[in-house]
Design a protein around this ligand. Structure first.
Ligand SMILES: C[S@@+](CC[C@H](N)C(=O)[O-])C[C@H]1O[C@@H](n2cnc3c(N)ncnc32)[C@H](O)[C@@H]1O
Length: 273
């Protein structure tokens, strides 16, 4: 049974890096008219209240997106900030499928997967009238290989499990391997928590072997000095736009000092085999 509810964490530093990466990739892909196929294997509920009891319990929104929302970052993250500020005015935070749907165009399509019995109906309600969106209350890992390669379009895949079970690390690796072999030019973006767990190191090593010099690793550290637990959060991106590392570095140079943590740092690394 799935217990993870993203509303506890919506808009936290993990979402901040994940959704910054997502919006910059979409901005880049939109420079050409060719359609985009966005596949979100772990969609979540799609929309979150920043004032709910769940959000208040952790306060994570205020430590992430909530800490930057009133600042002018339009020169660096214009698309993300535009969506973020619109939803913040309603005390809401858009999850990855809603952010993508806001940024994608009429000719683009979205495939969204969510297994949780509470989250899926919310997702369904949000997208019921959006004809670009294909929704399934199903396992996103299993679905991906059947969707690739996409025909006459560019593919952008987001893999964003909660890693609440150890098996997620191996499942992500296998899913990337199958997806990449079917569509080696697709863009694959994978979120992960930076934790001291051998399964994470193995996942990154295996994905770097699969992606063969086309893999970048982006990490945001935000910590008050704790030595255990998650002190940083990261994204792996296979086939990133050539502008992504440069744009993220410029954006997080502005964002890091705004985050209410003792130590913050952003790194971008091209992983060579
Ligand atoms: C971290 S949340 C997703 C957050 C979302 N991507 C965002 O950025 O707004 C992970 C979600 O994956 C769902 N989930 C877990 N295993 C899944 C699977 N195998 N297939 C589809 N969804 C799954 C969980 O119920 C949870 O809602």
């Amino acid at each position: 049974m799935l217990s993870y509810r993203h509303e506890f964490h919506a808009g936290n530093v993990g979402d901040l890096i994940k959704h910054s990466v997502l919006s910059l990739i979409i901005d880049y892909l939109k420079q050409k008219p060719a359609p985009i196929r966005y596949i979100d294997t772990h969609a979540g509920a799609g929309l979150y209240s920043t004032r709910s009891a769940m959000a208040a319990k952790t306060g994570e929104y205020g430590l992430g997106a909530g800490a930057i929302v009133s600042h002018d970052l339009s020169a660096h993250l214009g698309s993300y900030m535009n969506v973020l500020t619109r939803y913040a005015a309603r005390h809401q935070y858009p999850g990855s499928p809603l952010l993508a749907a806001e940024l994608l165009r009429a000719q683009d399509k979205l495939w969204l997967y969510e297994l949780h019995t509470t989250e899926f109906p919310i997702l369904h309600q949000i997208f019921a009238r959006d004809r670009r969106v294909h929704l399934a209350h199903a396992d996103g890992y299993a679905a991906l290989k059947g969707l690739l390669p996409v025909q006459n379009a560019r593919a952008l895949v987001l893999l964003d499990p909660s890693y609440e079970t150890q098996s997620d690390y191996a499942a992500v690796t296998q899913c990337v391997e199958q997806g990449y072999s079917r569509m080696p030019h697709g863009v694959f973006a994978i979120w992960y928590p930076v934790v001291n767990n051998p399964a994470l190191a193995i996942m990154i090593k295996k994905i770097s072997a699969i992606a063969q010099n086309k893999l970048w690793r982006f990490e945001l550290t935000a910590t008050d000095g704790e030595k255990s637990g998650m002190t940083a959060t990261g994204m792996l991106v296979i086939n990133p736009p050539w502008t992504l590392a440069r744009d993220l570095e410029a954006a997080f140079q502005k964002i890091c000092p705004l985050l209410p943590f003792e130590q913050t740092n952003f790194t971008a690394t091209c992983i060579k085999q």
